[in-house]
Design a protein around this ligand. Structure first.
Ligand code: AP5
Length: 194
């Protein structure tokens, strides 16, 4: 495994947006075209839950409530996953992180600088409709009306300051993401090709 120090030179893009804003869907398209390494903190946390560990049980309780998992837990998981992929990665797409300002600052301090933030901007109504549709088949503990409301609240209260902070550094690229997957990906390409 590569040493953590080598991460300093890794190219990192943060991908943020509310629940159901299409982060994962667009990351799949980005990976297909640009070959980056996609790491979703939600997926990393669900993998820990699936392992059946005691920590996994604690994580489920937090995710069911639509709250944020403690920063140190998420950052350690993310860093381990990056170290494991560093040797073969052309750059990292970090999906669902940072979700609060301290997560961004700690990442840049302890792991690597971020070059760009992709923010998928979608109305609460659209996000809710997408997640309720997905709930028909996803089996996710947090895809239900009550938790979706809480996830939206967490997003507006805690993640919006992240978007504003990186916008003040000229790094946030807001993408209106209400259209079809193809239409949105066309806008993503305009940003990444710059
Ligand atoms: P996470 O798994 O990251 O969930 P989320 O951010 O709430 O968002 P989703 O993954 O559900 O949606 P998405 O934006 O990726 O959209 P998707 O492409 O899937 O996090 C879950 C929980 O883990 C958090 O609540 C928190 O507790 C914890 N957590 C995670 N990261 C953390 C962190 N950094 N710190 C602390 N805690 C953390 O699309 C959604 C649906 O819409 C799909 O069905 C898709 O097919 C559909 N869709 C997508 N695009 C379109 C489109 N253009 N038109 C129509 N439908 C579309």
């Amino acid at each position: 495994m590569a040493p953590v120090g080598d991460l300093q030179n890794a190219r990192c893009i943060f991908v943020v947006g509310g629940p159901g804003s299409g982060k994962g869907t667009q990351c799949d398209r980005i990976v297909e075209k640009y070959g980056f390494t996609h790491l979703s903190t939600g997926d990393l946390l669900r993998a820990e839950v699936a392992s059946g560990s005691d920590r996994g049980k604690e994580l489920t309780a937090i995710m069911e409530k639509g709250d944020l998992v403690p920063l140190d837990t998420v950052l350690a998981m993310l860093r381990d996953a990056m170290v494991a992929k560093l040797a073969t990665s052309k750059g990292f797409l970090i999906d669902g992180y940072p979700r609060e300002l301290d997560q961004g600052k700690r990442f840049e301090n302890d792991v690597a600088p971020v070059s760009c933030v992709l923010y998928f901007e979608v109305s609460d109504e659209t996000m809710t409709a997408r997640l309720l549709k997905r709930a028909e088949t996803s089996g996710r503990v947090d895809d239900n009306e009550e938790t979706i409301k809480k996830r939206l609240k967490t997003f507006h209260n805690l993640t919006q300051p992240v978007i504003d902070y990186y916008a003040s550094q000229g790094k946030t690229n807001a993408i209106k993401a209400e259209g079809t997957v193809d239409e949105i990906f066309a806008k993503v390409q305009e940003v990444l090709d710059k």
